[in-house]
Design a protein. Structure first.
Length: 58
């Protein structure tokens, strides 16, 4: 269900405001740590987090 919701949301109209920095910095740090520590996590963690927050699709 979450994957479907993110897929549908990625085709919506682009938001007029950007995602707040308060949200992006911890998300990037967590994704970078997971990528370095476990060999993965940047894509699944960061991209879905940004899409869920309303960022435009990459």
């Amino acid at each position: 269900m979450i994957g479907f919701w993110l897929f549908v949301r990625s085709f919506r109209k682009l938001p007029s405001k950007s995602v707040p920095t308060v949200f992006v910095e911890p998300l990037g740090a967590t994704g970078g740590f997971l990528d370095a520590a476990g060999g993965g996590g940047w894509g699944p963690m960061v991209v879905t987090g940004l899409l869920g927050a309303g960022a435009p699709s990459p």
